[in-house]
Ligand binder design. Structure first.
Ligand code: SF4
Ligand code: SF4
Length: 359
């Protein structure tokens, strides 16, 4: 109860705030729409709680227009506050009342039928060992990424069991749709798949999957009891240990920080260390590391109202293109696919290209 009161005080404080964090909110920057700034969202959430809003449908539609990227948490003048918690609560209410955007509804239906957000897929299960490599729904269809992962894993000399596809999914699409019951079921299924394979450590290439499997699963009372790391942490350690025979590159790379990787998982150094250790010269866009902007995937790919996606994607592509790099790289398979307009690569591909086979 005391906890609830504290949280209510925080959102009331946010609703009255000077709102300077809006200059880090990609939704606002890409659209210029004041209603979508963190403070205005907070004000509407407070008004909705008091029953002051006449247009409930409009309110809930707005709640699906946040990228849930965490820039407002990162740049909040109060260190103990995350507006997304309240946006998520509103989405849960919207889902319970059946007032969710049409494309979100469709994605949930596909998920309920196939156990993943993209429709029919086969389960991938190859390799052996107590270390797993989780193939996320976005990597599943990315042949270049999967090929690069195969090469890096083979050259590492480690035993790694790759798994994913079918109905093995972290459940993020259901979470962001506000379907907490469905999300809990998906998280239980994932836990079962991990336990079945007796894995002790899992490498995850998608920042959202990693956030779900750690932070969000714990919030719903589920602990996976395995060590979970991001691909960049895994590859970074192998490079430090000198596990690969690397042919150095001498081109210019710009790295795009995936919003969840930078804002929620605090991973910004590992990818940069990988890039420079391959010999590349690293260039930074104006907004990078904790100032990064969402690529736009969060609106559509993770479930939300995707009408904003194109505006956010164009803005981010321009910021990256302005660096005039030779190669653009990221560490999220969804960012890679959304930013394909600038020929984006996933970081494992960059590493695989520089490895000279040892055996
Ligand atoms: S998120 Fe923080 S900085 Fe932004 S409007 Fe709310 S209280 Fe102010
Ligand atoms: S989560 Fe991102 S898009 Fe949503 S209000 Fe915060 S900064 Fe804006």
């Amino acid at each position: 109860m005391a906890e609830d009161k504290k949280e209510t005080e925080k959102i009331a404080r946010c609703a009255m705030c000077a709102d300077m964090c809006k200059y880090s909110c990609p939704t606002y920057l890409a659209t210029g729409r004041e209603t979508l700034t963190p403070q205005k969202m907070a004000r509407l959430i407070v008004y909705s709680g008091k029953g002051f809003l006449e247009d409930e449908d409009g309110f809930f539609a707005l709640m699906f227009q946040s990228a849930m990227c965490g820039a407002c948490k990162r740049h909040c003048i109060y260190g103990d506050y995350d507006l997304r918690r309240f946006i998520q609560e509103a989405r849960v209410k919207a889902f319970a009342r059946g007032i969710i955007p049409q494309d979100v509804k469709q994605r949930v239906e596909i998920f309920k039928k196939f156990g993943n957000p993209h429709g029919e897929r086969e389960v991938v299960d190859k390799g052996k060992g107590e270390t797993g490599y989780f193939i996320s729904c976005s990597s599943y269809k990315d042949k270049d990424l999967l090929k690069a992962a195969d090469k890096v894993l083979a050259e590492s000399g480690l035993k790694v069991r790759q798994f994913g596809g079918g109905d093995i999914c972290c459940g993020a699409p259901l979470y962001y749709a506000g379907d907490m019951e469905g999300f809990y079921k998906a998280s239980l299924r994932t836990k079962g798949e991990i336990e079945k394979r007796r894995l002790r450590k899992i490498i995850v290439d998608c920042p959202t999957c990693l956030k779900m499997m750690t932070e969000t699963y714990r919030e719903v009372g589920l602990n996976l009891e395995v060590e979970l790391i991001h691909t960049t942490q895994f590859i970074g350690t192998l490079l430090q240990q000198g596990k690969f025979n690397i042919k150095k590159a001498n081109r210019i790379v710009t790295f795009h920080d995936p919003c969840i990787l930078a804002n929620d998982l605090n991973i910004t150094n590992a990818p940069r260390e990988i890039i420079t250790s391959l010999g590349y010269t690293l260039k930074e866009p104006v907004y990078s590391q904790e100032h990064t902007h969402c690529c736009g995937a969060a609106y559509g790919a993770k479930i939300g109202d995707h009408r904003l996606k194109d505006a956010a994607t164009s803005m981010r592509m321009k910021e990256l293109r302005d660096t005039a790099a030779d190669v653009y790289v990221t560490a999220c398979p969804t960012c890679k696919s959304v930013l394909s307009g600038i020929n984006m690569k996933y970081i494992t591909e960059l590493v695989a290209e520089r490895i000279v086979a040892q055996r």
